[in-house]
Ligand binder design. Structure first.
Ligand SMILES: N[C@@H](CCC[C@H](N)C(=O)O)C(=O)O
Length: 288
């Protein structure tokens, strides 16, 4: 199976071009994701991304975490898919749509004179804020309410966070110092809490100024990663909802793997993400 390894700020995936490659049966895809992602016996990545034709958008992306679970969206993956389909001329325009399980988004590539794409902007669409849209468990009318700085009980402990869906779920915690955040201890506890029937990604952020924040993440299905694009979008939305940042400002999110520029626009309430997309290598994977 031919593959391309790409990353956005160190959040790496094995990309399979399903315009050209025939894929294993549907039920074998989760196991394939686990195998290719293994750094010792596979290629090594945070998961597997399939680039496919779409009937309702210009192209389609499917994302598998490195535990084999399928995700509904991936911000860093979207930028890499946009780079790939533009450079391989599957689209011949700089603005085009990408279908994900979490909805359709619009990508804008910024090609160099030679046609290479190093940076991509994505209109990530509307954040979903209602408890039932995460999804998160709750009672009656609360299901239609947003979860902003809400204290929730998980395994006997109280956790205070803001929940934002960017097609996939995120629980955002404000902390004093991201370097000291309990990413590897609280991350998996919140990820797997009963409260989240589908699990959740977990972000820890600290506000540095009106236009800057530090960020660390525990990703659902992948654990600690160097970056999470949808997580950075959710972090900015959470900061605005908590009065710690403003709409219409370009906010630099400092992730472990580098920076993303995120803006929540008041014009249409869409969230915009701008950042790098990098090709690491291409090769042939021998399935075994
Ligand atoms: N790394 C991604 C998100 C990947 C999916 C996530 N772990 C989930 O299960 O929702 C990003 O850049 O957004």
């Amino acid at each position: 199976m031919k593959f391309t390894k790409m990353h956005g700020l160190g959040n790496s995936y094995i990309y399979v071009d399903s315009f050209r490659e025939s894929l294993p049966n549907e039920e074998k895809l989760p196991a394939l994701a686990v195998k290719v992602a293994d750094p010792h016996t596979g290629i090594g990545s945070d998961g597997l991304i399939l680039i496919l034709p779409s009937e309702i958008a210009d192209v389609r992306m499917r994302v598998f975490n490195n535990d084999g679970s399928e995700a509904k969206n991936c911000g860093n993956g979207l930028r890499c898919v946009a780079k790939y389909v533009y450079e391989h001329r599957y689209v011949q325009k700089e603005e085009f749509s990408i279908e994900t399980l979490g909805g359709i988004v619009t990508a804008n590539v910024h090609p160099s004179r030679t046609g290479e794409v190093h940076e991509v902007t994505v209109d990530m669409g509307l954040p979903k804020l209602k408890r039932k849209e995460m999804p998160m468990r709750g009672e009656g009318a609360a299901l239609d309410e947003p979860v902003i700085a809400s204290t929730e009980h998980v395994n006997g402990t109280d956790y205070t966070f803001t929940a934002v869906s960017m097609g996939n779920p995120h629980a955002v915690f404000f902390v004093e110092n991201v370097a000291e955040a309990s990413v590897e201890t609280d991350g998996p506890v919140v990820e797997n809490a009963d409260l989240f029937p589908d699990g959740t990604n977990v972000e820890f952020i600290s506000i540095m100024s009106e236009t800057e924040m530090n960020f660390a993440v525990w990703e659902r299905g992948s654990g600690v990663t160097r970056a999470c694009g949808t997580g950075a979008c959710a972090a900015v939305v959470a900061a605005v909802l908590n009065g710690k940042a403003s709409k219409d400002k370009d906010i630099t999110v400092h992730l472990p793997g580098g920076d993303l520029l995120i803006r929540w626009s008041s014009r249409d309430d869409h969230v915009w993400m701008k950042g790098q997309a990098v090709t690491v290598c291409e090769g042939t994977y021998m399935d075994h």
